[in-house]
Design a binder for this molecule. Structure first.
Ligand SMILES: Nc1nc2c(ncn2[C@@H]2O[C@H](COP(=O)(O)OP(=O)(O)O)[C@@H](O)[C@H]2O)c(=O)[nH]1
Ligand SMILES: [Mg+2]
Length: 488
């Protein structure tokens, strides 16, 4: 018996973004994307996902409806059999390209499609898109159930996209073949939203097709969850390495430490070396992790973030901090150096063109944050990142992961973000704040357990991965409440 197929077809007015969305969903650079009409001229099938039962979801990219279809509106609406009429016309592929493409799209939908995915440019008002009504009427004449997808909405806040969706819902309320209006931007959608297409198809289809659509929904969810889990493990590894990263200082008599402190010696060569090494490591670690996350998400390209080589000025030792003498005598001088290292990263972490990272660090880190840190280092002659810096790196990494999760392959090669939506920032900050004690515990543990051995490491990695994963699951659930079921 042939395996069940669920056929989804991307249809829209030409140049709205079908091929771009297909690329995003398939994680593959199929077809050609360009800002001009009829770049795609022949319908093309691609396997979106296969279920363990062998059922397949096919995604078709099509030529879309041409601008000239509107000129036939009167003729079509007065015809007893408008679809039959269109299909019997002989239009020349080059001379009447617009009509020829429309005919191809109609023929395809009639013959192949289970559910039409009809794209509308969500950045436009309905009045600016007079052709939408006729195109949806044509699909209704063919008799195929349709989901309306709004794209080109960018990263507008949820209230705005909901408002746009509502407007279209009201406008299309009389069309009984429309089974829903949702936003799915090929450039800025989140992977957590993709399986909802098949979930919707499950509600629309019947019999064996419905059963297959349900299996395929689960299979697509799993395809997307696998890299998510791997990403959480990578982030956990990054955090463990960051928290355990240390630099040993040359032993120094306490009198020398005091002298350095009091004379505000700005040319401490050893300190500069230590800072350079710490910074180079964090730069490499961040770039490696981000590149791996990009790859896991099925994107092309890599981060431009060679973390800026700190200039002489950035290495300037800042000793304006009023440190009580007692703290210094108590052996906290090396701790103060840690504070300086914290300061360094605040000023030194800039991502190529992506101002986001620099902005985040700049906004939340001040020298005073480093002040409370130093006593944790008492008795040790090493430097490590302060907790506030560790926590900042956690925040930056989680926000970068969200940016990667939203970046659709249809948008092209990965580019570092220059800003992040306010909702992501507030959500991540809030969730880190809620679990701060856990992160603090981890950070402390990794100072004490410098002698982490091969047996304890996998367990620690597993625990941290679990924490990262539940934080991100909660973040996704807050940002996309409709995707809640994804995380069981
Ligand atoms: N901002 C934004 N632009 C898009 C999106 N999808 C497509 N585009 C752009 O719209 C143009 C047409 O895209 P394409 O996929 O070739 O449209 P098609 O003719 O419907 O296949 C291209 O310049 C794309 O870069 C989207 O979701 N958001
Ligand atoms: Mg196309």
């Amino acid at each position: 018996m042939p395996q069940e197929e669920v056929v989804l077809s991307l249809i829209s007015h030409t140049n709205v973004g079908k091929t771009a969305l297909a690329r995003t969903l398939l994680r593959e650079d199929i077809g050609e994307v360009a800002d001009s009409a009829h770049v795609t001229t022949i319908p093309e099938a691609h396997a979106l996902i296969e279920a363990p039962s062998g059922a397949v979801a096919k995604l078709w990219d099509t030529p879309g409806f041409g601008a000239n279809l509107g000129k036939l509106a009167k003729r079509l609406r007065s015809s007893k059999n408008p679809i039959g009429w269109v299909l019997h016309q002989v239009w020349d592929r080059t001379q009447d390209k617009s009509l020829w493409c429309s005919q191809e799209a109609i023929r395809h939908v009639q013959k192949e499609t289970d559910v039409v995915l009809y794209l509308i440019d969500g950045s436009q008002d309905a009045e600016q898109l007079p052709f939408v009504e006729l195109e949806l009427e044509v699909i209704a004449w063919i008799g195929k159930p349709t989901l309306v997808l709004l794209n080109q909405t960018g990263d507008a806040p949820p209230e705005e996209t909901q408002k746009a969706e509502q407007k279209w819902r009201e406008k299309l309320a009389d069309l009984s073949h429309i089974h829903g209006v949702t936003t799915l931007d090929a450039f800025t959608r989140c992977w957590t939203q993709e399986h909802l297409l098949l979930e919707k198809a499950t509600q629309i289809l019947e019999g064996d097709k419905r059963k297959a659509a349900k299996e395929l929904t689960n299979a697509l969810a799993e395809r997307n969850l696998r890299p998510f889990r791997e990403s959480c493990a990578l982030i956990a590894q990054f955090l463990i390495e960051t928290a355990s990263d240390q630099e040993q200082l040359k032993p120094q008599p306490i009198t020398q430490k005091l002298k350095n402190l009091i004379t505000k010696n700005r040319n401490d060569a050893e300190l500069k070396e230590v800072q350079t090494r710490m910074q180079e490591r964090v730069a490499k670690r961040t770039a490696d992790t981000v590149n791996h996350l990009i790859e896991l998400q099925g994107l092309a390209g890599e981060t431009a973030s060679e973390l800026a080589k700190a200039s002489q000025e950035q290495f300037d030792v800042k000793r304006e901090v009023e440190e009580p003498l007692i703290a210094v005598i108590g052996g906290a001088a090396s701790g103060l150096l840690g504070g300086i290292a914290a300061d360094l990263i605040a000023h030194g972490l800039t991502f190529g063109g992506g101002a986001m990272v620099g902005m985040l660090l700049g906004a939340t880190t001040s020298y005073s944050l480093a002040k409370g840190y130093n006593l944790t280092q008492a008795g040790s002659n090493s430097v490590r990142w302060t907790f506030s810096q560790f926590s900042m790196q956690l925040q930056v990494m989680l926000l970068l992961y969200l940016a990667i999760s939203h970046y659709g392959r249809g948008r092209g090669i990965w580019q570092d973000p220059t800003r992040t939506p306010q909702l992501w920032e507030s959500t991540i900050r809030d969730l880190i704040g809620q679990s701060e004690k856990d992160w603090q515990r981890l950070w402390k543990k990794l100072d004490l357990e410098k002698g982490e051995n091969a047996e304890t490491k996998p367990k620690l990695l597993g625990d941290v991965k679990k924490d990262v994963q539940s934080l991100l699951e909660e973040a996704f659930t807050r940002i996309y409440p409709e995707s809640k079921n994804l995380f069981g």
